[in-house]
Write a protein that binds this ligand. Structure first.
Ligand SMILES: NC(=O)c1ccc[n+]([C@@H]2O[C@H](COP(=O)([O-])OP(=O)(O)OC[C@H]3O[C@@H](n4cnc5c(N)ncnc54)[C@H](OP(=O)(O)O)[C@@H]3O)[C@@H](O)[C@H]2O)c1
Length: 316
């Protein structure tokens, strides 16, 4: 089979199409013909070698985490799926990857049926970003109806889906983004938009129950004056503050801070699928690249100025 692989870490140009070994499903796995994937920042971080201490030095590597596609074969223990089912999910981008390949074998615990109203490109851009937003807001942040929520990176991959998930939960959402993205952030559902290039966050005086930081350039101390008593700061990127504040929080029981790693789970993907089918969740796709153009797609993602998601059409 064919795949976009790397044989060493480096710039986007280290990605190229090659023949790789065929994959076969284990007992509780399904084999999926990948139809679409996306680029998440973790994909280019893995490709560049900046997280080599987690990704190791075994090459070649088939990168790619998000996938949507069609099941072509089921392991002997698989009961919930049959060949022909259209599914979506994501692998651990750092240690597994595989989504930039023609076929992929995964355990059924990390997939769900693709939203019926989404094409493969739409279903292929949401698994990691939407699961991150969903798990960050609900499970880490304790999101509940009526809360006042602030989301940074409100037009980025995770952020724009987070805004929609928070609005579907009847929360008041304030988005932080660059002023050029203000209108788009309102389109995603933000009630208020704060352009970080025109205001000073440290001089703001709003109060939030939950701050979901989907950028990674801030930390708890940037925002603690904006948190209600008992409020929570959740980050998608670890920092000194999210590593050590939980220890302090457990002593003071005041404001909380944490970071987390999203996991692909059937239950969460099923909720996201339902939200999509209800029209509450819709990804914004900035651009579509073919798998042969994967290096260009990685280069665009590395600008960290993407609006919504970059889709990869996987059609070898
Ligand atoms: N923990 C996890 O499991 C997990 C999962 C997914 C992602 N992540 C991490 O979360 C981060 C965001 O992921 P993503 O997929 O949403 O990335 P993305 O699509 O590239 O979006 C990044 C966002 O950051 C904003 N941004 C860039 N520079 C900024 C700055 N100086 N100040 C404020 N905002 C800035 C951009 O908005 P503007 O253009 O408006 O500036 C953009 O919306 C990445 O670091 C990623 O690795 C972690």
């Amino acid at each position: 089979m064919k795949a976009a692989i790397i044989k060493k870490y480096g710039k986007p140009e280290v990605l190229h199409i090659n023949e790789v070994d065929e994959v076969y499903p284990d007992r509780n796995e399904v084999k999926i013909q990948v139809r679409a994937s996306s680029v998440n920042p973790v994909d280019f971080k893995t490709r560049s070698g900046s997280i080599f201490f987690m990704s190791g030095f075994k090459f070649p590597k088939v990168l790619g985490s998000d996938f949507s596609g069609v099941i072509t074969e089921c392991g002997a223990g698989v009961k919930d799926y049959v060949p022909g089912d259209e599914v979506f999910g994501f692998t651990n981008a750092v240690t597994e990857g595989g989504a930039y390949g023609q076929f992929l074998c995964v355990n059924t615990s990390i997939i769900a049926k693709k939203p019926a109203n989404f094409n493969f490109l739409e279903a292929g851009v949401i698994p990691l970003a939407a699961s991150t937003a969903y798990q960050g807001l609900y499970k880490e942040g304790g999101m509940a109806s009526g809360m006042r929520i602030c989301i940074t990176g409100a037009t980025g991959g995770v952020g724009h889906l987070g805004v929609q998930i928070a609005k579907a939960a009847n929360c008041h959402v304030t988005g932080i983004c660059h002023s050029r993205n203000k209108e788009l952030a309102h389109q995603f559902g933000c009630d208020e938009v704060l352009p970080y290039d025109q205001i000073q966050l440290e001089k703001m005086n709003q109060q939030f129950d939950l701050i979901f930081d989907a950028v990674g350039k801030y930390n708890y101390f940037t925002f603690r004056h904006l948190l209600n008593k008992g409020g929570t700061y959740v980050s998608t990127v670890p920092s000194f503050s999210t590593v050590f504040k939980p220890l302090l929080s457990s002593l003071s029981k005041s404001k909380k801070a944490c970071h987390f790693w999203a996991k692909s789970k059937t239950a969460d993907l099923t909720v996201l699928s339902r939200l999509s089918e209800q029209g509450a969740l819709k990804p914004f796709i900035e651009s579509v690249y073919t798998i042969e153009e994967i290096a260009k797609a990685h280069a665009l993602s590395e600008t960290q100025k993407v609006r919504g998601k970059i889709s990869i059409e996987v059609d070898f």
